[in-house]
Design a protein around this ligand. Structure first.
Ligand code: NDP
Ligand code: 2IT
Length: 445
């Protein structure tokens, strides 16, 4: 059995039932295997055995009361995976599907993504199986305060800096930051994605979606193509999807789909600026379902449908893990897709990823393509440390540079290992090299 297979088997045995975590580990192990021949020092220091084991995992009880006085108990998580290159950094996810395996997969991915940004951030992730959907603001506030009553003792601006993810946006971050500030009696940059009035960076809400489109543009440019005039399918209708759509509009592309966990809308005319404003109001203020878009504009809505059945040049999955399976990937390729950029974390199943890579289309893996969000989080930390806010233009231009650098590093590593255009390998190797070197330099800790 090869060393990689042995390590993978051990991960399966030590983390039973955590299939998303196994999936994320397997992909990275396979990518970095050729690096080990060139770097025997990583092998003798057992870097891989160490990197797949979180530095610390925290699980806690979150009791809260609903508006009718009924008591509920949820589970809270924070996995502090790796701090070799900086404080733990990564979002919090509130979704009923959350369990330890989801948080560990996300925390593991975050290590390499954060390394790719070029900023000093380690990897971590957290969240809860709490479902904010259908809850009143007061219920969400009570939950967030209770969550923070425990989490506060493990985080800090130089220790671990959470942010948002699925189900955690400006509202939730506000309630959590408020409780943290009250309990520790300090105003400090412990969260990113804060409101601009209280330490948040301009451009952070836009950063993941914009960064995804900047990365996709880089892939296209390098291949002599452009986004202008192209037809794009986007899944999801939350933070990442919204700002991916916004940037596609700015760059002259036509976006024809959005979705949520209930179904998909298809608008063959394209979602224009006015319709975008409608989506922002529908999703962020009224917290409604995407189905209402179809009623408003008289377009197709497919209950439980996915965007991948519609013809497009570019597909941007921006909802959740494993949302594109092998069959979806084959449909996209058969319909002539030329590029896929992953806005969500691990949205393609391993079968889907194999189909994309074998077909020769441009495939931008999540760790590289969606790193814009955490990059601007890193810039928010820098602003908080300086106590000086930067303009939107300054942040956006830094984000564009970071995404260009990530693309350059990713494609360079892909070439170096003889797999030109295999950006999965390129991104995993580029992120891994930085963290592995740091772990080696710091000894056995
Ligand atoms: P939001 O909560 O704002 O939006 C999530 C969207 O995805 C919603 O439309 C939601 O639909 C849909 N969705 C969530 N879970 C499922 C599911 N199980 N099946 C189908 N649809 C689902 O989250 P974000 O936009 O922030 O996150 C989207 C993805 O991007 C996630 O994978 C996240 O990890 C990743 N990401 C986010 C970053 C950020 O800065 N926010 C940074 C990098 C990656 P519904 O409303 O019905 O639940
Ligand atoms: O998956 C991600 O990169 C995020 N949810 C953002 C993390 C962050 O700390 O900004």
């Amino acid at each position: 059995m090869s060393m990689i297979d042995k390590i993978y088997k051990q991960v399966e045995e030590r983390n039973p039932g955590e299939k998303e975590f196994h999936q994320a580990v397997k992909e990275v192990l396979e990518s970095v295997e050729p690096v080990l021949d060139k770097h025997p020092e990583f092998v003798s220091a057992k870097i891989l055995d160490r990197i797949v084991e979180p530095e610390r995992q925290i699980m806690f009880r979150v009791p809260w009361m609903d508006d009718n006085g009924e008591v509920h108990v949820n589970r809270g998580f924070r996995v502090q995976f790796n701090s070799a290159i900086g404080p733990y950094k990564g979002g919090l996810r509130f979704h009923p599907s959350v369990y330890l395996g989801i948080i560990k997969f996300l925390g593991f991915e975050q290590i390499f993504k954060n390394a790719l940004t070029g900023l000093a951030m380690g990897g971590g992730k957290g969240g809860s199986d709490f479902d904010p959907k259908g809850k009143s603001d007061a219920e969400v506030m009570r939950f967030c305060h209770s969550f923070m009553n425990e989490l506060y003792r493990y985080i800090g601006p130089d220790t671990d800096v959470p942010a948002g993810d699925i189900g955690v946006g400006a509202r939730e971050i506000g309630y959590m930051f408020g409780q943290y500030r009250k309990v520790v009696n300090r105003f400090e940059g412990v969260f990113t994605g804060k409101g601009p009035e209280w330490g948040g960076s301009l451009g952070r809400p836009e950063a993941t979606g914009y960064g995804l489109v900047y990365f996709t543009q880089e892939m296209l440019k390098d291949d002599g193509k452009d986004l202008k005039g192209k037809t794009v399918t986007i899944s999801g209708s939350g933070n990442v999807a919204q700002f991916a759509l916004d940037k596609c509009l700015q760059l002259g592309a036509k976006v024809v789909t959005l979705s949520d966990s209930s179904g998909t809308i298809y608008d063959p005319e394209g979602i224009d600026r006015d319709k975008f404003e409608y989506v922002m109001e529908l999703k962020n203020i009224r917290r409604g379902r995407i189905e209402e878009y179809a009623e408003e504009y008289g377009v197709e809505y497919v209950d439980r449908g996915v965007p991948w059945v519609y013809e497009c040049d570019i597909a941007l999955p921006c909802a959740t893990q494993n949302e594109i399976d092998g069959k979806d990937a084959q449909t996209l390729v058969d319909n002539g897709v030329t590029a896929v950029g992953e806005g969500a974390n691990m949205p393609s199943t391993p079968e889907a990823m194999d189909i994309f890579l074998e077909s020769g289309i441009l495939f931008g893996p999540a760790k590289a393509a969606n790193a814009g969000g955490v990059s601007v989080s890193g810039l928010e930390m820098a602003q908080n440390s300086q106590r000086v806010p930067w303009s939107f233009e300054e942040v956006d231009s830094k984000l564009q540079n970071i995404m260009k650098n990530i693309y350059a590093a990713t494609s360079q590593q892909a070439k170096k290992y003889g797999k030109e255009k295999n950006f999965v390998l390129g991104a995993n190797v580029a992120g891994f090299m930085k963290v592995a070197k740091a772990m080696l330099d710091q000894g056995l800790i």
